[in-house]
Design a binder for this molecule. Structure first.
Ligand SMILES: NC(=O)C1=CN([C@@H]2O[C@H](COP(=O)(O)OP(=O)(O)OC[C@H]3O[C@@H](n4cnc5c(N)ncnc54)[C@H](O)[C@@H]3O)[C@@H](O)[C@H]2O)[C@@H](O)CC1
Ligand SMILES: [K+]
Length: 517
């Protein structure tokens, strides 16, 4: 499913209205009807319930006026509050405001702090608040009385439905401009906005419902949006069918280079995950002195003892053995638990330059890439899986800049360096060299435990080993990683979720996806 910026949505609306000829009033009516219906459901159709519609001065407010009218018609007690003056309203919103007037439905104007304070009692007493203050048209810091009203709504115990996007969230980024409405439910029109999906915005949205307001499918497919939300259906579509007459050679050979003293767990988790996702043959290359431990920890994988500089850390010379092993392997994954020093740096950079096979680089592997330019000339896919801290080191920019502008930064990086970037976070973002962006929709806070990333590396490299292309392997890997964690957390809670549980719940995640056609 596509995810759009405010500007992209505006263009869809414009095209529908101007080029197709469906009037803005029709779209507004449909939008209002969907919200009104959600309100009725939330109120259990209890006629006489009191609903406060908070309307802003733009078209989001216009949707609110439609909601008011439709709820009044259905027998609810509705109070419509306009944050501003009636004479400030124009266009389709004005038409709907005037309709309310003709139907003798009162609209209260609020334009002073005193009036805002009077609102408190009403908000607390109501059964539902409809937030139609600000939609995709929000620009810059909140002005006027918006911060006060939003705070009042958030301090009231009354349930809130947000129209299109909770007011105060920047539609293009998910940034909370100042403060934002904490909604119980958000009804968004035609397509989710980025601000509904990315954090911190996503925290304010509550249950997100994407509803049809009559924008023709053709208008949506015509647009060249670059951002997709990863859904179960997409993953189902990308997952290849396993042939009945296959053998272990059909599912590829993976070489994982991971682990050092104190970090055999990272190597174990990555290896187990790659096997559990279906890689045919997995070899784990580890510092020699750790080999006996990993022989015990791992049953299905082969292990290979590599040269060490000191006990439990790979030596620069081990790169020769790694290259030999790689001759007979399809994919290399390198990084988990390696420790970051010059010798590891030599190995990682040398392999990135000299190997023409798909490579996944994670963790310490990322911390030792000295010159990103070596990635530009690689012919096979390169997948980098940093969290914001690792990306910040790679591109020499503050973490905060990455958090605020994650999509643009990921997109530029993937294009410039010819990599598939997996920027890990509460909403993991995948950026491809072609400029596509995929935003993940699964996962939970229980994954914020050391070792989760190692599992992801194993999943992505295990999928690549099976011959799945780089873009699909990362999409499938990222989604299943989060979904397995979600399923695990349902039983184990987010507190007790361990990375190894993600591996244990992978079959359930796969089954869930495979049954969603
Ligand atoms: N024809 C269309 O374009 C449709 C639009 N729809 C609705 O219209 C919304 C977009 O409408 P608009 O583009 O009019 O924009 P909004 O209604 O989201 O906001 C614009 C209004 O908010 C004020 N404002 C903006 N930033 C502010 C800030 N930081 N502090 C205080 N006030 C601020 C502006 O002065 C303006 O009055 C969508 O979210 C959706 O709800 C739907 O009705 C469907 C059709
Ligand atoms: K809103």
């Amino acid at each position: 499913m596509k995810v759009v910026t405010g500007a992209e949505m505006k263009e869809i609306d414009r095209y529908t209205i101007e080029e197709v000829g469906i009037s803005g009033l029709v779209l507004m009516e449909n939008a209002g009807r969907e919200v009104a219906q959600a309100a009725v459901e939330l109120l259990d159709d209890l006629k006489g319930s009191m609903v406060i519609v908070l309307a802003g001065r733009g078209n989001n407010g216009g949707d609110g006026f439609v909601v008011s009218r439709l709820l009044i018609e259905q027998g609810f007690e509705v109070k419509t509050i306009l944050l501003g003056k009636k004479e400030d309203i124009s266009g389709d919103a004005k038409v709907n405001l005037e309709i309310l007037g003709k139907l003798e439905a009162k609209v209260w104007e609020i334009s002073s702090k005193e009036e805002v304070l009077e609102l408190k009692l009403l908000l607390d007493k109501a059964d539902l608040i409809v937030d139609a203050l600000l939609g995709t048209g929000i620009k810059g810091e909140l002005r006027g009385l918006y911060p006060e009203v939003i705070t009042l709504v958030n301090n009231s115990p009354t349930a809130v439905i947000a129209v299109d996007i909770p007011s105060g969230i920047e539609a293009d980024t998910g940034r909370v401009v100042d403060t934002a409405i904490e909604a119980d439910e958000t009804i968004t029109f035609a397509l989710p906005k980025i601000g509904n999906i990315l954090y911190p915005g996503a925290d304010f949205v509550g249950d997100l419902k994407v509803v049809d307001i009559g924008i023709p499918q053709m208008v949506i497919t015509k647009q060249e949006f670059k951002i997709d939300l990863i859904t179960s259906k997409l993953v189902n579509y990308l997952l290849p069918i396993r042939a009945a007459d296959s053998h272990k050679g059909s599912y590829g050979k993976l070489l994982l280079v991971a682990g050092s003293t104190g970090m055999t767990g990272a190597a174990t988790l990555a290896t187990q995950a790659s096997l559990k996702i279906g890689a045919g043959l997995v070899t784990l290359g580890v510092p020699r002195s750790l080999n006996p431990i990993l022989e015990i920890k791992l049953t299905e994988a082969m292990t290979y003892p590599l040269g060490e500089s000191k006990e439990g850390i790979l030596s620069r010379e081990s790169v020769i053995e790694i290259k030999k092993l790689l001759n007979d392997r399809d994919v290399l994954a390198i990084g988990p638990g390696l420790t970051a020093n010059d010798e590891i740096g030599y190995i990682v950079n040398h392999l990135l330059e000299k190997t023409d096979k798909p490579v996944v680089v994670d963790a310490d592997g990322l911390n030792v890439i000295y010159d990103l330019n070596i990635l530009k000339g690689r012919t096979a896919p390169t997948v980098l899986t940093p969290h914001p801290g690792e990306l910040s080191r790679l591109i020499n920019q503050p973490i905060e800049a990455i958090r605020v502008n994650s999509i643009e930064i990921a997109k530029d990086f993937a294009r410039e360096y010819n990599v598939i970037l997996v920027l890990k976070g509460a909403r993991t973002i995948i950026a491809t060299p072609q400029g596509e962006i995929y935003v993940n929709s699964t996962g939970n806070s229980g994954m914020a435990t050391g070792g989760s990333g190692d599992v992801l590396t194993g999943l992505i490299s295990g999928l690549l080993a099976q011959g799945i292309d780089g873009r699909s392997a990362t999409i499938i890997g990222v989604y299943l990683h989060g979904l397995a964690a979600d399923l695990a957390a349902e039983e184990l809670t987010e507190y007790s979720l361990l990375p190894s549980d993600i591996i244990d719940y992978l079959p359930q995640a796969l089954r869930t996806v495979m049954s969603d056609e």
